[in-house]
Design a protein around this ligand. Structure first.
Ligand code: PLP
Length: 359
């Protein structure tokens, strides 16, 4: 990694200049043989990222579009939403808007979703759930949920509840074993762990989820999984994609899988997290439960300065960090350390943060 980043927002993330350059390639028609070849390569590599041998699709949308799409395709009647922060609560807001029955298993902000509570909830449930939602990495609080344990609980308790996962800020930062954990829909966007500009959402969909979609009377149009499936069989997407993003995505997948390696990338994210927590401990309170601290974003409450003052002073020094999110906005700051952020970049920024925050 050559350049030092000064941009530490938890999405969009810093994009390497060579990847940005990929987006300036000349246009090709999205029904051309060239695009089919490009799309085929992207699908093959996305399978490696999601650790699946099944269906992967790409939509021109941010992540929220696919949260709605997953609910529209997979939930005819009732969904269980697990919450532990603002983005996991988004599943609830969308489901309520769609008019389906919503049960909520709520957790305190900063804490992870608890597998035992989930099991107890399932055992005592009065209704059948068509699906349960998880937000793998809660970007508002910096908590990484233990998705392997949570999916195991659902499989032990119900054989026909679909598992819908928001992996928007975790894919390519930490392992997600779509096939082994028997996930049904897993959603991620380009502007987080993949370190591309915002604009595309990538999602894996199980055969069970497609079966549920087939039975659903109304799936909408733009996010109809059956249309994505039909077009993917022809190495394509249903609607006009952002071709420029596809070029950049293909190049970035090549880099992630064959230059850096996915295992090295996961390990680097753990180092980024540990460095952030260690080097801010003297002047900031970690807002997440440390045992579930996210590898991609850290939420911190500064001890001496108001968060807004700290962010403004960092900006004066050339660094962009994020404010707290939702109800945590006034109390904290968030450091995005995902994607292609190097340890060197983070270390240089943390030196300045220590100077500014501890002055
Ligand atoms: N889910 C999570 C965990 C996120 O972090 C985000 C964005 O930050 C989203 C979903 C989707 O938001 P958007 O549709 O604005 O990209």
């Amino acid at each position: 990694m050559t350049d030092l980043s000064t941009f530490f927002v938890p999405g969009p993330t810093w994009v390497r200049p060579e990847i940005l350059a990929e987006m300036t390639r000349p246009m090709i028609g999205h029904r051309s043989a060239e695009f089919r070849e490009l799309c085929g390569r992207v699908f093959d590599d996305l399978r490696k990222l999601f650790l699946t041998s099944g269906n992967v699709f790409v939509a021109a949308s941010s992540g929220t579009g696919l949260l709605e799409g997953a609910l529209l395709n997979c939930v005819p009647r009732r969904v269980l939403v697990t919450t532990c922060g603002a983005f996991s609560e988004r599943w609830r807001e969308i489901a309520q808007q769609l008019g389906v029955e919503v049960d909520i298993l709520e957790h305190e902000w900063g804490k992870p979703v608890d597998a035992e509570r989930l099991a107890t909830h399932f055992t005592g449930r009065r209704y059948h759930y068509d699906a349960v939602t998880f937000t793998h990495n809660e970007t508002s609080t910096g908590v990484l949920n233990d998705l392997e344990a949570l999916t195991a609980v659902v499989h032990a308790e119900s054989h026909d509840t679909l598992i819908l996962v928001d992996a928007v800020s975790s894919l390519a930062c930490t392992p997600i074993a779509f096939d082994d954990w028997k996930i049904d829909v897993c959603i991620a966007s380009t502007q987080k762990g993949l370190a591309l500009p915002p604009g595309l959402t990538l999602f894996a969909v199980s055969e069970r989820a497609l079966e549920a979609a087939r039975k659903k009377a109304y799936r909408g149009t733009y996010f109809d999984f059956l249309l994505f499936d039909k077009h993917a069989r022809e190495g394509n997407v249903p609607f006009t994609p952002s071709v420029s993003h596809f070029y950049a995505l293909a190049a970035q997948l090549e880099h992630i899988l064959r230059v850096e390696s996915i295992e090295t990338r996961w390990a680097r994210h753990l180092q980024l997290r540990d460095m952030t927590i260690e080097r801010t401990a003297a002047f900031c309170q970690l807002m997440a439960d440390e045992s579930h601290a996210s590898p991609s974003i850290t939420a911190l409450a500064p001890r001496k300065l108001e968060p807004s003052v700290l962010l403004a002073r960092m900006k004066e020094r050339g660094y962009t960090l994020a404010s707290g999110y939702g109800r945590w906005k006034p109390a904290g700051i968030r450091i995005g350390h995902m994607g292609d952020i190097s340890l060197e970049s983070l270390s240089a920024m943390l030196d300045v943060l220590a100077e500014v925050a501890d002055a």
